[in-house]
Write a protein that binds this ligand. Structure first.
Ligand SMILES: [Zn+2]
Ligand SMILES: [Zn+2]
Length: 281
């Protein structure tokens, strides 16, 4: 089973990525939540272009995929779950939940630390919010995030199946919760107890700092509720809210070559913790 998964890992991931992407892209066209304000051609070229850059770079920096790291940890007996013989379903479920919690904590960290916010803010600089926004991350953030993920895999001794499930599910939910789809409000209410919905994550893409610094979850919605970072809706509503960050409001910033240098442009701004002028706000 593990051998089959390892041999077909890339095909499985690519197949599910393309399938979910096509589904969400079509759904957005048929039933959009908001009217998009920017050229879709420019945004899609840039957001998908950065996916290509990130894929090649990740392969170069880490020849070993996270799933192969999990196999190595299993063979060497590294990590908590490889030391104790837990039932397999229990180890898989536990590892998926712990990996999701780690991603939540990482997301809070990249918002809190000014230097890391410079990297992560490129994700927030998109002036519209659709399925491609979910894949838009700066290459250096991708490398950092892979290193953290691999460290967590080794520490907990995550089973190979758990890593594959986590990667596939996280990829699919990131596309779902960034998509511009119009979900019935009643369905959104129920669904956001199980998974982060587009309405829930859109609050995180608001230009208003206290809204940006909420709803950090990418996959499981519980961490935000548990740790007090949950915000139900944007103050101005989903149609009235502004998407993006203060620093990059110009449509020219949506081009790929501009996105890559955004971490170096301007100051860290008022989004990271302890960077606000408390006397005035
Ligand atoms: Zn963020
Ligand atoms: Zn996002």
């Amino acid at each position: 089973m593990t051998k089959i998964l390892l041999a077909n890992e890339q095909a499985i991931r690519l197949g599910i990525f393309l399938g979910v992407f096509a589904l969400m892209a079509l759904w957005e066209i048929l039933s959009p939540r908001r009217v998009l304000t920017q050229s879709k051609a420019v945004r899609w070229y840039s957001n998908l272009g950065i996916v290509a850059v990130n894929t090649v770079l990740a392969r170069m920096v880490f020849p070993m995929a996270p799933i192969a790291v999990a196999l190595l940890a299993q063979e060497r007996g590294w990590g908590v779950l490889n030391l104790y013989q837990a039932p397999e379903w229990c180890a898989v479920l536990g590892a998926v939940v712990v990996l999701d919690f780690a991603i939540y904590l990482q997301h809070v960290m990249v918002h809190a630390v000014p230097m890391l916010w410079r990297l992560h803010r490129m994700h927030h600089a998109d002036l519209d919010f659709d399925v491609t926004t979910g894949a838009r991350f700066h290459p250096i953030e991708i490398i950092l995030s892979l290193a953290i993920k691999m460290a967590v895999i080794v520490l907990i001794g995550a089973p190979v199946v758990a890593v594959l499930i986590f990667e596939v599910v996280l990829n699919a939910t990131a596309m779902f919760n960034h998509s511009n789809v119009n979900l019935p409000l009643g369905l959104d209410r129920v669904l956001r107890w199980l998974v982060v919905t587009p309405d829930m994550h859109r609050v995180h893409h608001s230009v208003v700092p206290y809204e940006t610094n909420s709803n950090f979850g990418f996959n499981l919605p519980w961490w935000d509720r548990l740790f007090g970072t949950y915000r139900d809706q944007p103050e101005k509503g989903h149609d009235g809210m502004t998407i993006g960050i203060d620093l990059f409001r110009d449509a020219g910033e949506l081009h790929l070559h501009k996105m890559l240098v955004q971490p170096l442009i301007g100051g860290a701004g008022e989004y990271p913790i302890n960077r606000r002028d408390w006397d005035q706000k």
